[in-house]
Design a protein around this ligand. Structure first.
Ligand code: GLP
Length: 256
């Protein structure tokens, strides 16, 4: 895993957008995997700024979002689709035929989302946040490492963590969502995980340094060959550089 810790989230967001810009200048037709949540807002703001200054071009990409709530009363307000339109798709002028979500299209056939991703050539560049319990997408602790897109029952903690998007009442956060699975995410060619703020430091350290286990879904990223962990000081304060691993006895090597 390649870890970079920046002074603040704005600088870290700039670095993440540098990475996507590099990807897009090499492959303008890239397939991007996108995330929602407070973490990605400064990243999308930075992307929009660069698009407005003609320093970034998303016109030829296709995007696949990680997840979407099911059973929302007011999808126009609370869906991840609405979030994406507001923060990225509308200001970046992305058309609906460029942008995909697992729900509602794949509610009867969740693995069909994986097939659609593969038909588009697979995800080149996947952006992730991390939940306080180590979830990525909505893959809660206990999710099989072998999972493709599937329906999940959200834990009470995750619903509480997302209550701010629902006027502060966690009972209004849906109980179910459709999410890419861990195998779906691991198929991405490059993965960039962003984590900001002190509340993420403990789980980030577990994901990066702890054992790879289903109790910490993000720990599976340790097995991915091309992962960037980009965080601010607060989220990164428990991360430590790894020893230099040159021994032939080692079966795996990490940057951290
Ligand atoms: C949500 C999303 C995840 C996101 C995570 C962190 O549950 N499904 O994709 O990474 O929570 O959210 P935040 O960035 O708001 O802390």
């Amino acid at each position: 895993m390649h870890v970079e810790v920046y002074n603040d989230r704005k600088t870290a967001s700039r670095r993440i957008v540098d990475l996507v810009a590099r990807q897009l200048s090499a492959y303008p037709y890239s397939v991007l995997g996108l995330a929602t949540g407070a973490t990605v807002i400064p990243i999308y703001e930075e992307m929009i700024q660069r698009i407005n200054h003609a320093h970034l071009d998303l016109s030829r990409v296709h995007t696949f979002n990680l997840d979407e709530y099911m059973g929302l009363k007011d999808p126009n307000r609370h869906s991840f689709h609405a979030f994406m339109r507001h923060y990225l798709f509308d200001p970046a002028h992305l058309s609906p035929d460029q942008t995909f979500f697992p729900f509602p299209q794949f509610s009867q056939d969740p693995p069909g989302y994986d097939r659609l991703i593969e038909q588009h050539g697979g995800i080149d560049w996947q952006l992730l946040g991390i939940g306080h319990n180590g979830h990525i997408g909505f893959n809660e602790p206990g999710t099989s490492f072998d999972s493709e897109t599937h329906v999940v029952k959200l834990t009470e903690n995750t619903r509480k963590a997302n209550r701010n998007w629902f006027d502060g009442d966690w009972r209004h956060v849906p109980e179910e969502a459709l999410t890419m699975g861990l195998k779906t995410i691991m198929r991405s060619r490059t993965i960039v995980l962003a984590a900001f703020g002190a509340s993420k430091s403990a789980i980030l350290a577990k994901a990066v340094h702890g054992p790879v286990c289903v109790e910490v879904p993000a720990s599976i990223l340790q097995y991915h060959p091309r992962v960037y962990i980009i965080c601010d000081q607060e989220a990164g304060n428990l991360l430590r550089p790894g020893p230099s691993l040159n021994s032939s006895k080692l079966s795996r090597q990490f940057d951290v």
